[in-house]
Ligand binder design. Structure first.
Ligand SMILES: Cc1cc2nc3c(=O)[nH]c(=O)nc-3n(C[C@H](O)[C@H](O)[C@H](O)COP(=O)(O)OP(=O)(O)OC[C@H]3O[C@@H](n4cnc5c(N)ncnc54)[C@H](O)[C@@H]3O)c2cc1C
Length: 379
């Protein structure tokens, strides 16, 4: 069986590895002229680290892990709203939360995908198919034919545009900044997580090699321009008065390396398959980053796709099996992520006070059940 994978992001590379491991002859086509990832961290929850293990990356993941630390949600003064210990996560879900540098994760995936051809600077225009195969038509005039085509081409997917023309990215109402600061966390201050203010949140996560990944989220119009004073001073103005060590982290960050993105998702789709073509990753289920699950779900997709192909050599049956295994779970996480983002971005002081106290009062058993449904899953 021959497969074409469109896109060499986390989803596309994972899918190519899953298909290659299932005995498929895979080729990747990527629009970018060079492979690169943005300078930010990414959280890989136990569901994703276990799935990456199934793709053969367990040892590589261990190399970039840091010892387990405690985490949770805090208020802007740093008082705990809802927390979980690192030990609890490992004991309950069989794997730690791993915070990776995106570029290091991508490098790991490339290493594992060694031998799979990647055609760069090759942007898909559309696909054509008949009973014998599927052809990818590229903007440079190239064409490639295979038995199956996987659209792992992100939230603005050309494959989804052809398959589901009415599906469009939806602006979530808030914008996010991300950065990595050189910062040695004192051993007695191990902490990762997110702090909630009014219409604003700040997250910080220690990474390997004395670095901390941080993100800031704020309600904003969709096309918010770059702040006149620069990102760093703007963020210091809005978040510098929050708890320690937020101001220190912002001060330690390089202005030029701060990323600023409006946040989008898509409405859940009812179908990911069109004959020999299927969606995977953000093209199928782009979600807001509130649960840190977008890439985790793409990796789960990849394992499920490989398993479905192994289970059935027939393309139609394999893609039907892949969709049946994945679509309900991924859509549910799109919806949960959207809801938690809406609540996290509340700006009304009374509503925020009620929210924080309701979360504080939530019994641990209820909270753990909700977390388990998302991260305790094994594909
Ligand atoms: C602020 C923020 C924080 C996040 N944090 C987390 C987190 O902590 N944990 C987590 O799991 N997820 C997180 N996510 C989500 C995660 O980044 C995405 O879900 C993940 O990167 C999706 O991977 P993908 O491969 O499906 O898509 P992409 O990463 O978008 O890759 C798509 C690839 O396809 C290529 N492409 C696009 N169109 C074409 C075309 N027509 N032809 C050829 N190639 C094409 C692109 O160049 C790209 O390389 C976050 C997202 C944001 C915005």
């Amino acid at each position: 069986m021959k497969a074409i994978v469109i896109g060499s992001g986390i989803g596309g590379l994972s899918a190519a590895i899953g298909l290659r491991n299932a005995g498929v002859d895979v080729t990747i086509y990527e629009q970018a002229a060079a492979i690169r990832e943005v300078g930010a961290g990414i959280s890989l929850w136990p569901n994703a680290s276990k799935a990456l293990g199934k793709l053969g990356l367990a040892d590589a993941l261990n190399r970039i892990s840091i010892p387990q630390i405690d985490g949770g949600i805090h208020d802007a003064q740093g008082r705990i709203i809802s927390g979980a210990s690192g030990e609890f996560v490992v004991e309950s879900f069989g794997a730690p939360v791993i915070i990776a540098h995106r570029a290091e994760l991508l490098a790991m995936l490339h290493e594992t995908a060694d031998g799979i051809p990647v055609h760069l600077a090759t942007r898909l225009k559309n696909y054509e198919q008949d009973a014998d195969g599927i052809t990818a038509v590229f903007e440079n005039g190239d064409r490639a034919t295979a038995d199956v085509l996987i659209g792992a081409d992100g939230i603005k997917s050309a494959v989804r545009a052809q398959m589901q023309p009415t599906s469009k990215p939806r602006y979530a109402g808030y914008t996010a900044w991300r950065g990595i600061a050189p910062f040695d966390y004192p051993a007695n201050e191990t902490y990762w997580g997110e702090s909630w203010g009014r219409g604003a949140r700040f997250g910080l996560v220690p990474m390997s090699n004395g670095r901390v990944y941080w993100f800031a989220v704020q309600n904003a119009p969709e096309h918010m321009p770059k702040p006149a004073e620069g990102h760093k001073d703007y963020l210091l103005k809005h978040f510098g008065g929050w708890h320690h060590p937020i101001a220190d982290l912002l001060n330690a960050s390089d202005e030029a390396a701060i990323l600023h993105n409006a946040i989008y998702d898509i409405d859940p789709l009812t179908n990911w398959v069109d004959g020999r073509a299927a969606l995977l990753g953000d093209s199928a289920h782009a979600m807001t980053p509130n649960l840190g699950q977008g890439a985790c779900q793409a990796i789960e997709d990849a394992v499920a796709l490989g398993n479905a192909v192994t289970a059935s050599g027939d393309i139609t049956a394999a893609l039907a099996g892949y969709q049946a295994k994945r679509i309900t779970r991924a859509n549910s996480i799109v919806s949960q992520s959207r809801r938690i983002g809406e609540v996290g971005q509340w700006a009304n002081p009374l509503a925020c006070w009620l929210r924080d106290n309701l979360f504080r009062a939530l019994p641990a058993s209820v909270r753990n059940k909700q977390v388990a449904a998302v991260v305790g899953y094994e594909v």
